[in-house]
Ligand binder design. Sequence first.
Ligand SMILES: Nc1nc2c(c(CN[C@H]3C=C[C@H](O)[C@@H]3O)cn2[C@@H]2O[C@H](COP(=O)(O)O)[C@@H](O)[C@H]2O)c(=O)[nH]1
Length: 275
Amino acid sequence: MKESIPKVEWDYEGIHYFDNGPLTVQYLFVLDALNFCFWPDKDLNYDHLAKGLKEALLNDHSAFDADRLQKYTGPQLRELLKWPRSLPLEEERVRLLHEVGFELERSFEGKASKLVESCGKSAVKLVALVTRHFPGFRDHSMYKGHQVFLYKRAQIFAADLWGAFNGQGYGEFNDIGSITMFADYIVPAVLQQLGVLKYSSTLANAIQASSEIGAGTEEEVELRACSIFAVEKMRELLSIKCGKQVLSVELDLWLWSVGVQCPSLQHHRTLSIYY
Ligand SMILES: Nc1nc2c(c(CN[C@H]3C=C[C@H](O)[C@@H]3O)cn2[C@@H]2O[C@H](COP(=O)(O)O)[C@@H](O)[C@H]2O)c(=O)[nH]1
């Protein structure tokens, strides 16, 4: 088991913008504001977003200035990403860009780097601050009468900083171990393939038939929450049985990279702005 979890390099595909400075932080914040739900367009995936935004920034270093973010239209966003047709949930994507620009300008001098600097090297504080200021990042649902928070995009922002800056500078967090996996639609499917998660027959049939699973339904919340629990358990077992200390962030990246390299992987389909 010890050898079977390879360390996956962050940006192993070389698709992200990086200049070791504040503009990289701005890039990652915009990226994670839009890092959700690509599947309705079968040709679109995360790589298009990461590469498209990188190209846009290389062509125009002010493309993600707070005032510019507040003005993008759907067609302009498509153009930025060089995507030939409407993006899934395009209106929401544009609304979220506006929200990011507006709140960065109002509270952080227009700079995501200021937001990160104000967290005193705490990923937990960063997640709290992002979700407090930017409602679009408040990934929550009601489950059997309880409000649950999974915070996929807020947490992945902290992890992306940590990965991109290699745990230094804007990516230095003393509590990166507190971040849980990012409950998306890829990792649960990988966990199911590995036999870590078992689906009920109703859920398995719905996924197989590519039926949509409603956002906020018990099935959807359970699938995501159980993925987080499973990764925490894996981490615990790796520590007890192999004496290996791994972070949930590292396990997540490994599981995710396995999943996206498997085109036949069937995942659940939920229209959501959260993941
Ligand atoms: N759990 C988890 N989910 C992740 C990521 C990432 C990208 N992280 C990259 C950043 C630097 C490294 O190079 C990482 O690889 C995207 N996603 C989610 O996957 C889905 C996209 O799927 P597809 O449509 O097939 O591209 C979608 O829900 C997207 O939000 C991750 O790391 N973990």
